[in-house]
Design a protein. Structure first.
Length: 282
């Protein structure tokens, strides 16, 4: 059975499906020594190369791993940074095959939860606006926000790249001029949370993502550290976007020692996530 080339490459963990589409358009992918074009389909008998490097068909078997990473302010989500800043990828465990694909990004001044997977198809589904996966943030605002503004934030705000809104806004404390809110989005446009508040003249002094879908950032995960999701949590992520999760004992054992090296012995015995939204300040 043949499949779309970008889907096969995404499943191999080379990158997300969107990224693979760009690579194909840039002429970086060959099939049977011919430069591939968008729309090409491949089967198990085809020879695939990316940047003239052979991609084993065995590698295109689905690797269904997901980790949660606590990104601190100051780290970037690119693999290489021309300014020499620390990237999140320098703190991730090594893989025998494939690579870690970030499910969405956080800008330099935003901290919090980042999910990364070896399955490009899963990454593509979780990021796509049609999936309407919730992203929850804790945000600190300078100034008083009226009920009318909160109502408009939840209804409609005209941004440069189209209308946007939060699906939920909840007050979560604060002292003096600073006020904390928990906000929820169902898409991931560039700097969307900040731009929604800035439209009304409010400066965001701190922003932290606390949840993506059903996965909540646990306070136990220290900045620049990560933990691997368990089978139940991964299966729920796959189910949320209509994909099937097939547990693999071999996959679960890969790099196990590298994950535990970031935790104490006591911590490794605990469950990692509650899988529920939290409205508490992080």
């Amino acid at each position: 059975m043949d499949e779309k080339l970008q889907k096969v490459l995404a499943r191999a963990g080379i990158g997300s499906r969107r990224e693979m589409e760009r690579w194909i358009e840039q002429g970086r992918v060959k099939v049977n020594d011919q430069v591939a074009t968008l729309g090409d389909r491949v089967s198990a008998n085809d020879n695939i190369k990316v940047d003239n490097k052979f991609i084993s068909q065995k590698r295109t078997e689905v690797q269904q791993r997901v980790i949660a990473y606590h990104k601190p302010v100051g780290e970037v989500c690119t693999r290489d940074d021309p300014e020499g800043r620390t990237t999140i990828y320098s703190n991730l465990p090594k893989l025998r095959t494939g690579r870690w694909i970030s499910i969405g990004r956080l800008d330099l001044n935003t901290s919090g939860l980042l999910l990364l997977t070896t399955d490009g198809e899963l990454a593509n589904k979780l990021m796509h606006p049609s999936s309407e996966i919730e992203r929850e943030y804790a945000v600190r605002i300078l100034g008083e926000v009226s009920p009318e503004i909160i109502k408009q934030l939840k209804t409609n705000v005209p941004l440069d790249d189209g209308d946007a809104h939060f699906t939920d806004v909840k007050v979560s404390g604060g002292e003096g001029a600073n006020h904390w809110y928990n906000v929820v989005l169902k898409e991931g446009r560039n700097r969307e949370v900040r731009r929604l508040w800035e439209y009304f003249g409010f400066a965001v002094s701190r922003l932290m993502r606390t949840r993506y879908g059903g996965i909540t950032l646990n306070r136990r995960i220290r900045p620049s550290k990560h933990e691997e999701l368990n089978d139940k949590e991964i299966a729920a992520l796959y189910e949320s976007v209509g994909l099937k999760y097939t547990h693999s004992d071999d996959s679960a054992k890969k790099d196990k020692s590298r994950f535990k090296s970031n935790l104490t012995a006591k911590q490794t015995k605990r469950s990692v996530y509650k899988g529920k939204s939290s409205n508490k300040r992080h």
